[in-house]
Design a protein around this ligand. Sequence first.
Ligand code: BG6
Length: 368
Amino acid sequence: EKGGYEWFMLKEMDEQPQAVADTLLGRHSQTGQLQLDEMRLSDDELREVDRIVIIACGTASYAGLVAKYAIEHWTRIPCEVELASEFRYRDPILDKSTLVVAISQSGETMDTLMAIRYARQQKARVLSICNTNGSTIPRESDAVIYTHAGPEVAVASTKGFLSQVVACYLLALYLAQVKGTKYGDEIASILAEIDRVPAGIQRLLDEGDQVRKLAADLSGSRSILFLGRHVGYPVALEGALKLKELAYIHAEGFAAGELKHGPIALVEDGLPVFVVVPPKGRDQLQEKTISSIQEIRARGARTIVLAEDGDDDVVPYADHLIRLPKVPTLLQPLVATVPLQIFATEFADQLGHDVDQPRNLAKSVTVE
Ligand code: BG6
């Protein structure tokens, strides 16, 4: 039941700190040793993996895009991400050293299911990341990592997404452990950072009023853009998808670096644009994103900037500033997504839409 909430989606957003903690629970020791009980692939089989292909649909595919950055960085195994509905119709090259990772909250999405059946026929090994115990996709996989987020009722995924991202990190770190691309103490320190994330999510939920007020102010907008770089790019895609799904307005996510290759033509006076700014430090991602903000603002965009605590460089260019708790770059999607979920929910609510059951959508799509 809704437990006093107006929408399941609000309840499920509030459950995110617990969902993330539960996905981590019992899976690692203080020293960083990972233990994944449902990992039915042996360490020897995993050491043979020379390529990872992630397949999923919708929000789950954005969890996969986030995972790609972490998997390649921590394991040095090449990783690609593909929509399940495209994957099997292009005659993909697969063999037994390919690990296909299927991500699905429901475990019943037909496109994803057909893709893993195809992958297994081609002798690839299939690992699924799934929230629903005993559902079809994990039953037909060689191994499974359950997300333990608890039942998700609202059609648009929230805690499902965050727990999928966490499960992907666990997989990446497990592969790093088995392959020896990261030492135990490095893995332990990354896990310690992930352990601190639920508190950061809680803070953003507690500060939700600021975002709700912004959503009310902008609820007359017919188009909103989202920009991000690196792992902020899939966050931008997810922010836009949430708004399409719930508010039925035009919303698009772009890679900030692509701006000048097309999307900047869309910018006009007063257009709201969310920008996810990466933490300072790595490859000048933060500086480059700030110059994107300057470019769109010079053309009249109303900028809504998500930046970590203490990043003062963004202040002059932000019409609205949403502060994020400090986390390492690769973990930023776990916090940056939360205000975007709050925004889309409130925006849809302001328009009088059914937040839990958006028109034309279903929670699990069991047709191709
Ligand atoms: C869509 C839902 O139809 O399926 C999305 O509307 C969801 O919210 C997508 O992300 C994938 O679902 P699942 O269960 O495979 O993660």
